[in-house]
Design a protein around this ligand. Structure first.
Ligand code: 8HZ
Length: 109
């Protein structure tokens, strides 16, 4: 019961991160990075475990998570991958930090 309520909260937070409210800096994280489309052929040399918010949302809808810790780990993986590939000072790196701040402000441990 507890997990169900917590997972519903997690779903609300992920939906907010993906919302239009943050469209100026959430779009690189909404769907899987396509190295061909983005012309970044070395992406999978840096990122061994791709993750994006669209996949987290789908996994939540399919009840693929047992607990909120697993959801948090996937969301933080999105940001970790972003920083691994987009160095400090790049636009996408800064967008990751901004969205991470929103996540940290909404996520209550
Ligand atoms: C040549 C090159 C350099 C940087 C990027 N980064 C990047 C990423 C990205 C997001 C998450 C992530 O873990 C890695 C990359 N998403 C984008 C988008 C949507 C537009 C433009 C650049 N983007 C793309 C191509």
């Amino acid at each position: 019961k507890k997990h169900q309520t917590e997972l519903r909260f997690a779903q609300q937070v992920v939906k907010e991160l993906m919302s239009k409210k943050y469209s100026s800096f959430n779009y690189p994280f909404l769907e899987p990075v396509d190295p061909v489309a983005l012309n970044c052929p070395t992406y999978f040399d840096y990122v061994k475990q791709p993750m994006d918010l669209g996949s987290v949302s789908r996994k939540l809808s399919n009840w693929e998570y047992e607990n909120v810790e697993q959801v948090e780990a996937d969301v933080r993986l999105v940001f970790k991958n972003c920083y691994a590939f987009n160095p400090d000072g790049t636009i996408v790196n800064m967008m990751g930090h901004r969205l991470e701040e929103v996540f940290n402000s909404r996520w209550v441990d």
